[in-house]
Write a protein that binds this ligand. Structure first.
Ligand code: PLP
Length: 495
């Protein structure tokens, strides 16, 4: 039976998966959600015998029901191929009693590749299915990793263009260099004078701009999104939780049906929402541990039931989590409001007005699957150093937020359930912060000397993504103010 998608804000129109992917955001500004979450139709034992690609098909077919088997399998084959530096696609590494699910073996060495390797294929297939003749313009706000992964995915894909806005002073040096050196006839990268929330809110405003949409349509363009507001980002992210569970069973670390915890370093709430969807589709997950950095708006939300973004935006060394407006939380709010779009819309109205909202006691009761906590930069540095000294394993600054929060969770609850930590970026992407955490002697070295030093101490080969940017020239050197984002789009498209 077809799964249809509807807006979290009340637009009654239901659309097919391919239409939801093409649109990105619903017309009323809400996010598309599946009308229900289907149960897996394969057993855990069957999953344990599958490759990543086979798992992806069995999971994604349940939610992307208007894609044919042939279409979906072609998308999967084109996405999860030798762009990944390991056949496992998402390997598990055991260290210090936890299982690190390494989601950074794709082309741009962050977990965004897990979904953005396949999104362009889903999008092009969806355009064909829906007889879309317009060129699709991917408009993206990035806190550092989505931008590069989306650029790599969409560069020179026929029928698409991509424009990325990143916070000029809010990403790591390596992240910025990865983006501004992106090749491709259809790409543009712009640094904005603002933070990620400014970029994301600006992009959402452009999506909602009817006058702009009409002018674009006249010239044969339409927007879509590569951010995790697009359901085509979320669905592929469910896959690796199933795969991780199955691998733990296959290797005898878990028995079939035994529960696992998942710790996710969280920003826009997309990755952890995918784990929540996996749980609701039948994966034996005990706790979903939501780890925040100093921008601990989600921790406060889980602790108090009030979401309040009125606070200082802190620039940390886990920049991809420097977010105060967690877009995907809206999908969870909608669900715990009993799929009541009216209730959700009122809360989101309050968020865009007063900057905060409070959920009811009853809704809070529905959050028992989650545990929230946060870790400071100092705690994360301590954890990176300690893990390296104890085990030789080097993790990045985002994964460190998760690992440090996991320590707090274990201490508080004494819960010994086997635990998977979503390892969201390669340490090579945040070399400066990682190496400084390990030893202050590294602080004076330049970026690429640090890369070499990291390789020496971790004995992990330098990823191609890093070797590539050592010498390549900067291609994109454009900056703009927040209120010039519309003009930037008009220039890009010659409107
Ligand atoms: C995007 C990102 C996150 C946050 O993921 P969300 O899905 O936005 O919660 C965490 N770590 C890294 C390295 C990221 O790139």
């Amino acid at each position: 039976m077809d799964i249809l998608y509807r807006s979290t804000r009340g637009d009654a129109r239901q659309v097919k998966a391919s239409e939801a992917i093409l649109q990105g955001l619903a017309a009323d500004g809400g996010l598309f959600v599946p009308e229900r979450l289907p149960a897996f139709d394969k057993t855990l034992e069957e999953f344990a015998g599958m490759t990543y690609q086979e798992t992806a098909y069995e999971v994604m077919k349940l939610l992307l029901t208007d894609f044919t088997e042939e279409e979906l399998k072609a998308c999967i084959a084109n996405a999860y191929d030798d762009k990944f530096d390991t056949g496992e696609i998402a390997p598990l590494k055991e260290a210090d009693g936890a299982y690190f699910l390494e989601l950074f073996h794709g082309k741009t060495i962050a977990f965004k590749d897990m979904a953005l390797s396949i999104l362009p294929h889903l999008m092009v297939t969806a355009a064909k299915k829906n007889h879309v003749k317009n060129e699709i313009v991917i408009l993206t706000a990035t806190s550092g990793d989505t931008g590069k992964a989306a650029l790599a995915g969409f560069a020179d894909v026929p029928g698409t263009r991509i424009l990325v806005f990143y916070p000029k002073d809010g990403v790591s040096r390596i992240q910025e260099k990865q983006m501004v050196t992106q090749k491709g006839q259809n790409v543009r990268v712009v640094g904005i004078h603002g933070n990620f929330d400014d970029a994301q809110s600006g992009v959402k405003r452009l999506f909602a701009d009817q006058e702009l949409a009409e002018r674009m349509a006249q010239k044969g363009y339409q927007f879509s999104s590569a951010n995790s507001i697009n359901i085509g980002r979320l669905v592929p992210q469910i896959v690796y939780y199933v795969y991780a569970y199955a691998q733990l069973c296959r290797t005898g670390k878990l028995s079939f049906g035994e529960k696992m915890n998942v710790v996710v370093p969280t920003g826009n709430f997309g990755n952890i929402l995918a784990a929540f969807y996996a749980k609701n589709m039948g994966l034996p997950i005990h706790k979903l541990i939501c780890a925040s950095n100093d921008n601990k708006v989600l921790y406060d939300f889980f602790a108090t039931g009030t979401y309040d973004r009125n606070r200082e935006f802190v620039l940390t060394n886990s920049p991809s989590m420097d977010i105060l407006i967690s877009s995907n939380l809206e999908r969870l709010i909608y669900r715990i409001a009993g799929n009541d779009a009216g209730k959700n819309a009122a809360l989101m109205q309050s968020l865009s007005g007063a900057g905060k909202y409070e959920i009811t006691e009853e809704m809070r009761g529905a959050l028992s699957d989650f545990y929230g906590n946060y870790a400071t930069q100092q705690e994360c540095a301590g954890k990176i150093c300690a893990l390296f000294k104890n085990t030789g394993y080097v993790m990045d600054t985002h994964t460190a937020v998760a690992a440090a929060v996991y320590d707090k969770y274990r201490e508080e609850t004494k819960d010994e359930t086997k635990t998977v930590i979503a390892s969201t970026a390669s340490p090579y992407k945040f070399t400066r912060s990682v190496m400084a955490a390990i030893d202050s002697k590294y602080e004076s070295m330049d970026d690429f000397a640090l890369v070499d030093a990291l390789s020496a101490i971790s004995r992990v080969k330098i990823p191609a993504a890093i070797e590539e940017i050592r010498t390549v020239p900067v291609i994109h050197d454009i900056q703009c103010e927040i209120d010039q984002m519309k003009q930037t789009v008009e220039d890009f498209l010659h409107l």
